[in-house]
Design a protein around this ligand. Structure first.
Ligand code: MTE
Ligand code: MO
Length: 178
């Protein structure tokens, strides 16, 4: 793994201080602590991590709450089309269509390589979007907002594809380094 952050320093959050907000076009907005997320159904996925710049980490286990479970718990309302993610680094953002967000290989991840996710890797909670390039997997996840349109995230404003399927996106000669 390489360590990536678009900001120089990121505050530390732990079981006492971490919260994840779920809001937007939902019937039941909520705020979850780490213990709440740990008590929810967990799913483990082992795939290759693939950064769009070429580096790859084979057979990497991630484990966490399926994002679909959190969306169902919140009760997505009619008219919702997308999900926007924010991070407690204060800078990074990501987004998915609602259909992508409901895939069973998209997790609100609590573990990486069968251990709690370290601060460097975006812990205690990061997004994990298994079928897409790793820039979709927002580190230091703090907010999930259901919206009516996809708003491009941090790297996508700089030219990367919002539909970042591994092997099927990002003709990248003209794109900056993510
Ligand atoms: N908050 C945040 N999430 C992020 C990034 C970032 O800079 N900030 N970089 C992305 C990119 S481009 C990659 S390749 C991976 C890197 O994850 P790692 O630092 O755990 O290897 O995180 C993604 N998620
Ligand atoms: Mo990346």
């Amino acid at each position: 793994f390489r360590y990536y952050s678009v900001v120089a320093s990121v505050p530390t959050r732990d079981a006492d201080t971490y919260t994840l907000t779920v809001d937007g076009l939902v019937e039941r907005p909520g705020r979850y602590r780490l213990a709440d997320l740990r008590a929810m159904p967990q799913r483990r996925i082992v795939r290759d991590v693939q950064c769009v710049t070429g580096w790859r980490v084979p057979d990497t286990p991630f484990e966490g709450v399926p994002l679909a479970h959190l969306l169902d718990a919140a009760g997505v309302t009619a008219g919702a089309r997308a999900v926007r993610f924010s991070c407690f680094d204060g800078e990074y953002t990501e987004s998915l269509t609602l259909e992508q967000a409901r895939r069973d290989d998209v997790l609100v991840a609590l573990k990486l390589q069968d251990a709690p996710i370290s601060h460097a890797h975006g812990g205690p909670v990061r997004l994990y979007v298994a079928p897409m390039y790793f820039y979709k997997s927002a580190k230091w996840l703090s907010g999930i907002t259901v919206t009516d349109t996809v708003r491009p995230g941090y790297w996508e404003e700089l030219g990367y594809d919002t539909d970042a399927w591994v092997g099927r996106s990002n003709g990248r000669d003209d794109a900056p380094t993510a």
